[in-house]
Write a protein that binds this ligand. Structure first.
Ligand code: ATP
Ligand code: MG
Length: 512
């Protein structure tokens, strides 16, 4: 914990002496059928790291989008340094020094990292941009947060972690006073999260105020000075972080007591494998072999970039293999397209949900029922029985506690975590026998994580095999029967049963 240098506790003072940097009063925002914000008031003090937590759809991103000028509130007001301000568009907020690093990354993919960092503030002389200076200034800012990537690389070639850091660097280049990070740690590995935490500490040292949104409560407890809980569009509480604990936060977030986090692990019977992979190579992956048995939950761990995602993409036929054999139910198969894999009973929930998993303009129902659409076809007409489909979809998503007034709405109107839940529901509806989940709980709130864990366990109970990739080691330890640990494309170790622990996995990740 590093909260020793937190600002003095002045919760009991009148507050006038230490006027907040940002204050929101009675904000409200309604979307069709959804009250996203309902009379929200809170404040953020200069120089603090302020945590913001709450279930998927609680209204966190909506609040932050209003604060940064992306949305206009229906009612209420914003005060900046004690003065009422009106933001009609993001530049109005940027001018005051408010920078949002959104949940979904949004760099200009074909520009270099340096250009992205300096975007909008290119040093110019007589109307000509001085590119050398752009690069030099970008490097200076990048150095302050230890962003070590080559800044001449195109943004699209950077890892998610590097992209996140580029966005933070951009905020600093524009002299941000308030940096808002909406789930910055999603899809980052442990090491990268450590780097991110160091960046937050550095921002705090420089008296840059930070709002930090995360579903990873350990992070929030470690990094923040105060923490606000939102639920159903309202603020439930704001506390000094040192005065709350994880169980307290969880109960406030989900509004009930939590119980066991992980379902109990089922004993496996010895049977022949559902899936065997032998000497798989391709991309960064070299010579990886493993088997997956009915009912088994197999973890694949390793740092981001160690080849975890590539393995499941190759097995799913989404990426070509250079060599190796795959057997499903003991029969050799050639999977050169996801279609073939789906036909053999394999499914993949990809890591990059917006890029590969979801069709965001299509309805929730269509996204969820995509793999099993035939089930809802009206015989001989080629048409879909929408009511039956809607009912089936509704049943699935209700179980994951995904709140939406209507399953016919486009997926893009769901909050980030709720989109992820919808995609989990999608594969759960299929009758696959091998489920590959790549970061299934990324951006998902604590209550829904629990639902996804029990869903994974249920898949095992019905005899399916599950491959689980997760950067949250706690999940791997809590759920898996066996764990393969990858480093630089190779499998460097395997742990089973009692031998699975966070320490053992990390040990293999770094020096196995
Ligand atoms: N542009 C939009 N159009 C319609 N509804 C929206 C829109 N943006 C958000 N909503 C709805 O407003 C509610 C609050 O969403 P918001 O994205 O603020 O939640 P969140 O707390 O950030 O959740 P998460 O943790 O999943 O990111 C949700 O019910 C969401 O579906
Ligand atoms: Mg959000």
């Amino acid at each position: 914990m590093s909260t020793t240098d937190s600002p003095p506790d002045d919760t009991n003072s009148s507050g006038d002496l230490d006027a907040p940097l940002l204050e929101v009063r009675h904000l409200s925002k309604v979307f069709p059928g959804v009250v996203a914000l309902d009379d929200v008031s809170m404040n953020v003090r200069a120089g603090e790291v302020h945590g913001l937590v709450g279930e998927n759809g609680a209204g966190k991103s909506t609040l932050l989008k209003i604060v940064s000028g992306l949305y206009v509130a229906d009612g209420g007001e914003l005060l900046w340094n004690g003065e009422v301000v009106r933001f009609r568009a993001p530049p109005d907020a940027v001018k005051r020094g408010i920078e949002l690093i959104p949940q979904e990354l949004s760099l200009a993919p074909s520009l270099s990292a340096a250009e992205n960092i300096m975007m909008g503030i290119y040093p110019a002389h007589l109307g000509r941009v001085r590119w050398r200076e752009v690069k030099r200034e970008a490097e200076t800012v990048a150095a302050t947060i230890h962003l070590e990537a080559d800044l001449s690389r195109k943004a699209s070639t950077l890892s998610p972690a590097e992209q996140r850091l580029v966005m933070i660097a951009r905020a600093l280049a524009r002299k941000a006073r308030l940096v808002i990070m909406d789930e910055p740690s999603v899809s980052l590995s442990e090491v990268e999260v450590d780097a991110l935490k160091a960046v937050v500490h550095r921002l705090r040292e420089r008296r840059v105020t930070v709002i930090y949104v995360s579903h990873r409560l350990d992070e929030v407890l470690e990094l923040t000075d105060r923490v606000t809980v939102m639920k159903d569009g309202r603020v439930i509480s704001t506390d000094q972080t040192s005065a709350v604990s994880k169980p307290v936060l969880i109960e406030r977030i989900i509004g009930r007591s939590y119980g066991e986090q992980f379902p109990s692990r089922r004993a496996l019977e010895s049977t022949s494998p559902l899936l065997s992979v032998r000497n798989l190579s391709g991309g960064r992956v070299r010579d990886v072999s493993f088997a997956l048995h009915p009912g088994e939950i197999l973890g694949i761990s390793g740092l981001v970039g160690s080849g975890r995602t590539e393995i499941v993409r190759m097995v799913f036929g989404a990426d070509p293999l250079e060599s190796g054999e795959i057997e499903v139910d003991g029969r050799p198969v050639k999977l050169t397209h996801p279609r073939h894999a789906i036909r053999r009973g394999l499914s993949l929930l990809p890591e990059d949900r917006r890029g590969q998993g979801a069709i965001v303009n299509m309805s929730i129902a269509a996204n969820v029922s995509l793999p099993v659409l035939r089930r809802f076809a009206m015989r001989g007409t080629g048409m879909i029985h929408e009511r039956v489909e809607a009912r089936a979809v509704r049943e699935r998503i209700d179980r994951l506690n995904l709140s939406t007034p209507n399953v016919q709405r486009p997926l893009k109107f769901l909050s980030g975590g709720n989109q992820q839940k919808a995609l989990v529901a999608k594969w759960e509806m299929s009758d696959s026998r091998v489920f590959m989940f790549d970061e299934p709980t990324a951006g998902v709130d604590v209550g829904a994580k629990q639902e996804i864990y029990s869903l994974i366990a249920q898949l095992g109970a019905r005899g399916a095999g599950v491959i689980l990739i997760s950067s949250e080691l706690e999940e791997v330890v809590g759920l898996c029967h066996r764990v393969l640990v990858m480093r630089e494309g190779r499998c460097v170790g395997e742990l089973a049963g009692e031998a699975i622990s966070e320490a053992a996995i990390l040990h293999l990740c770094y020096e196995g």
